[in-house]
Design a protein. Sequence first.
Length: 66
Amino acid sequence: MMRRNRRKPTASFDERLQKAADDARQAAEKLPQGPERDMLLNKASQAETAVRINRWLSSPGLQSPR
């Protein structure tokens, strides 16, 4: 039986998402206008939205439904 990799990530989920967004934006800056660049910018935008949603969901002011 194969063992699963159980290492914990060194960076938080928010940090990893933000790094993915930054990396995608930097890669998009190096490309000319076109579908590849648009895809990378879309990926960056989605990662930044995921960061905002994750921060909102983990905020202390969020109330549980009653």
